[in-house]
Design a protein. Structure first.
Length: 398
């Protein structure tokens, strides 16, 4: 089999890249996915939010690609008839120390061009979310919810309807040079290509090394665990209710999220996963643990933030602690109202100094492009990330 571009990873970013590459460069692309279906990892275990772009530093890739990507995603959902709902988000300040952060979010929202963002006083909160409580809030009407696996399947159908292919059960195990191109070894045979695009999510640093590149970061897997609100208590939440994030850890802080199927999810927390695709505490991989432990950045990160880490583990093990934190946002929630549901594992790139890479991180090596950090809002931004990769690929193929 021979293609212009081989894309490793059939998550939402790999599929969006295949789609935009074909559209913008005319290249024949193949998506090589290890699992037996697309969207099995981060894409299939996320919160289903189409983010508006509120949180991100103006001018960052996250800010630009989230805002553009959301617009493109709405268009695709309309064309494909994929259910989505503009239910809006409320970011709630519950303590005085949240207020300067809330003001900064409002400033970022304006700088990122969001429409309709409104600051609410404590007594106005109930007008948007009758059961939420706080000392102030930001209402972001543009935020929506969607079914991302359905979006990923739509991308895959479009890729196959064009000149591309999506090969599942095709784990990539090796990459070697062959004249001016590459030969990619997969569980379904060898694939020749001129360029490789690495969208392997939780395995992206390893795939980069298979290509002979030193990524300079390691993927450290953080699991986020969710609870579901009992059906008879779903009326406590109309849309999305979030705490004000800690800028050092934008992904921390449990929130309440309505989903397109009408259920309401609470979570996620963030604990170190003992396996890259480790969705439960009992999923352990000696190889993955050794890789995490061998990276100096892991220990530097742990030394700085061990207190937060210990708290997250406590909250993972104790429903009472979890519910206590949810009640900060919606005081009427009781332990009997929630039950454990699924989890997702974030592919977080950590540098050697122990820094959590915040922005999307996409780099080139010889004959390859690597997406080494595509955390939230990566699903929202997927089409725009794909367009960026298509532009880099066009340059590389020239
Ligand atoms: C808990 C959680 C909540 C989130 N919530 C949101 C949200 O509400 N909104 C939002 O916009 N974003 C959200 N995100 C982020 C979003 O899910 C990700 O940005 C996005 O899914 C990344 O897509 P991906 O294609 O890079 O990764 P993935 O979906 O993980 O896909 C990578 C693929 O590569 C495959 N692969 C790995 N190694 C190989 C190999 N050797 N050979 C072949 N294939 C391989 C894997 O099987 C996998 O299918 C959330 C993430 C998490 C974890």
């Amino acid at each position: 089999m021979s293609y212009d571009v081989a894309i490793v990873g059939g998550g939402i970013v790999g599929l969006a890249s295949a789609l935009t590459l074909a559209r913008e460069t005319g290249a024949r692309a193949v998506v090589l996915e290890a699992e037996n279906d697309v969207a099995r990892h981060q894409t299939g275990h996320n919160s289903g939010v189409i983010h508006s772009g509120l949180y991100y530093k103006p001018g960052s890739l996250k800010a630009t690609l989230c805002v553009q990507g959301a617009r493109a995603l709405y268009r695709l959902c309309e064309e494909e008839g994929i259910a989505h709902q503009r239910c809006g988000k409320l970011v709630v300040a519950t303590a005085a120390e949240d207020l300067p952060r809330l003001a900064e979010l409002e400033r970022r929202g304006q700088a990122n061009g969001l429409a309709g963002v409104r600051r609410l006083a404590a007594e106005e909160i109930a007008g948007v979310e009758p059961h939420a409580a706080g000392i102030a809030a930001l209402h972001v009407p543009e935020t929506s919810i969607v079914d991302y696996p359905a979006v990923a399947r739509a991308y895959a159908r479009r890729v196959e309807a064009g000149s591309g292919r999506v090969l599942t059960g095709a784990r990539v195990t090796g990459v070697r040079r062959d004249g001016p191109g590459l030969v990619v070894e997969t569980a379904r045979g060898a694939v020749a290509c001129a360029l490789l695009v690495n969208c392997a999510g939780l395995q992206s640093d390893r795939v980069a090394r298979l290509c002979g590149a030193e990524p300079g970061v390691r993927i450290v897997p953080f699991r986020g665990e969710y609870y579901d609100l009992a059906p008879e208590r779903r009326s406590l939440v109309r849309g999305l209710i979030y705490p004000v994030p800690d800028p050092r850890f934008p992904f921390l802080g449990v929130h309440l999220t309505r989903r397109v199927d009408g259920s309401v999810e609470a979570g996620p927390n963030a604990v170190l996963a003992l396996k890259r695709e480790g969705y439960r505490w009992r999923d352990v991989s000696a190889r993955d643990l050794a890789a995490t432990a061998a990276w100096p950045g892991t220990w530097r990160l742990a030394a700085r933030f061990w207190r937060i880490g210990v708290y997250e583990v406590r909250r993972s093990l104790s429903k009472a602690v979890f519910v206590h934190d949810l009640r900060e946002l919606v005081p009427e929630i009781r332990p009997a109202d929630v039950h454990r549901s699924g989890s997702g594992v974030r592919a977080q790139a950590v540098d050697a100094q122990g820094g959590l890479v915040d922005d999307f991180h996409i780099v080139r090596s010889e004959r390859a492009i690597h997406v080494l950090n595509a955390p939230s809002p990566g699903a929202t931004a997927s089409i725009s990330i794909g367009e960026r990769i298509a532009a880099m690929a066009a340059e590389a193929l020239d």
